[in-house]
Write a protein that binds this ligand. Structure first.
Ligand code: ZN
Length: 483
């Protein structure tokens, strides 16, 4: 009896103290600021209307950098600064695709858009259907791909075990390895939609053209190929020049000076077909609201919080890579204790702990804290690390990275990188919910005495990357730097 009583007593006294560190009143105050003072939606609406797209290196992109710089200043952050870096500026010019049977002049125009960071071209090539464009699909076609136009699905259509889809840039890298002269991507939806996105993994322009065509026309071409050998005539003009972009960085500093920092990032840049309201206006324009909430309770911070809006993410994570390279050089990278990335994050329904070793206990508490204000926040946390967003360069240095899983209608995701990615897809409440959940997560990360997880050493990191099937993908992109 006494034994049980002691246990209960220990739990009652120690439990809340050890677990939460901060009194409920702090979370209440934070939640109020995170939602009631949130104006991210209004700022995003204004930006979509007055600026338009936010393509890196374009005058629009520069305006976006300045607008968000000013937003952080208005929110009263301790320090706001630019982080400039050089880029190859890519600009879309014209794109024409016609399909024609061999030895015929029956040219049929096909709606297409150029993927970014691809070369200009003027040529006519046999079309080779490479299925889903995985290595396994291309091996049997090796001799036919060389010097021809490889046509592949953006998505995975054959889902047998062991088949994992690759990013479009990874598929282009494979096409290059097989000697293709051009690439046609088929949009996953059986509609007339086309999408853009980078074909380069590292921002260095690729030497061949890569175009996207609609699911509907892709299907028609495949039908036609049953009876005729088809050729693709491609006339593409893109401009590539030397340029500059700027990440925007804003700090909330802990009251007792420390170098330990929590990084909250999201890419501000977008593609140029729509206005990037979802990718990634919904994430990046929420970040100043989170910053304001954290600023409002900064007396509780044990670590600094750096809010980072990157440019060049779409072209190959250019802004985050530049920062990681610079901080590695300066020996500052170990100051970052965790990274939270918001990319197309709206109406989050659970956190993703990336299956980071030791992070479970921390997230159990953070989940609980969020659920006080968002009862719908799911207990089912995600444990899946991914690539191709700004957390990646940090993750590959072993720094703990996290995100939240969104819950938005399918119609929103359908406009990914397409001309329909506009403000009418976004709901104000999705950004407020995101501001609330992330503010609580960031406060927990920045205020808890012990986090329970830490940087992974190379040996452990390699094992972890392999166990999440990320090795193959990183090898294709040339980023697997371990043996
Ligand atoms: Zn994005």
């Amino acid at each position: 009896m006494l034994y049980r009583f002691t246990i209960i007593l220990i739990f009652t006294i120690q439990g809340p103290l050890l677990a939460q560190n901060l009194p409920d009143s702090v979370y209440k105050c934070l939640a109020n600021v995170a939602v009631l003072n949130a104006d991210g939606f209004a700022r995003l609406t204004y930006a979509c209307k007055e600026i338009g797209h936010r393509l890196t290196g374009s005058p629009n992109g520069q305006k976006a950098e300045e607008t968000l710089f000013a937003a952080f200043q208005t929110k009263g952050l301790d320090k706001v600064e630019y982080f400039p870096f050089p880029i190859k500026t890519w600009k879309r010019n014209s794109c024409q695709l016609e399909v024609v049977p061999r030895n015929s002049d029956h040219f049929v125009p096909i709606k297409s858009v150029s993927l970014a960071n691809t070369a200009s071209a003027n040529g006519i090539w046999n079309i080779v259907d490479g299925g889903d464009g995985l290595d396994a699909d291309l091996i049997p076609l090796a001799s036919r791909i060389k010097g021809n136009c490889l046509m592949v699905n953006l998505d995975l259509t054959r889902r047998e075990t062991g088949r994992q889809n690759l990013h479009r840039a990874e598929k282009v890298a494979l096409a290059l390895r097989y000697g293709a002269s051009s690439v046609l991507f088929i949009h996953p939806r059986e509609a007339e939609m086309v999408l853009t996105g980078t074909a380069s993994l590292d921002g260095v322009p690729v030497s061949i053209p890569a175009l996207c065509i609609s699911g509907k026309e892709g299907k028609d071409i495949r039908e036609w190929m049953k009876t005729s050998q088809l050729m693709a005539e491609i006339k593409v003009k893109n401009e590539i020049s030397e340029g500059k972009a700027r990440n925007v960085m804003a700090w909330v500093e802990a009251p007792v000076p420390t170098r330990e920092t929590i990084l909250v990032c999201g890419h501000l840049d977008s593609w140029d077909l729509g206005t990037g309201a979802v990718d990634n206006g919904i994430g990046s324009f929420t970040i100043p609201d989170i910053a304001q909430a954290i600023q409002s309770c900064k007396q509780h911070l044990r670590r600094n919080v750096l809010f980072l809006l990157t440019m060049g993410e779409e072209q190959g994570l250019l802004g985050s890579r530049a920062l990681v390279a610079q901080w590695l050089k300066e020996g500052r990278l170990q100051e970052i204790k965790a990274v939270v990335n918001l990319d197309m994050t709206g109406n989050p329904l659970a956190f993703n702990d990336f299956d980071w070793p030791g992070a479970n206990g921390f997230f159990e508490e953070a989940d609980k804290n969020v659920r006080q204000f968002l009862p719908s926040f799911k207990e089912k946390r995600a444990h899946s690390p991914g690539l191709h967003s700004d957390h990646q360069p940090f993750m590959l240095e072993g720094i703990p990275t996290f995100s939240a899983n969104s819950s938005m209608p399918d119609s929103v995701y359908a406009c990914y990188h397409a001309d329909c990615d506009n403000i009418n897809l976004v709901q104000k409440s999705w950004m407020e919910t995101s501001s609330l959940a992330h503010s609580i997560l960031v406060l927990d990360l920045a205020s808890r005495k012990k986090l329970g997880f830490s940087k992974m050493k190379p040996k452990k990191l390699v094992k972890w990357l392999k166990s999440h099937s990320l090795k193959e993908k990183l090898e294709i992109s040339g980023e697997w730097k371990w043996n």
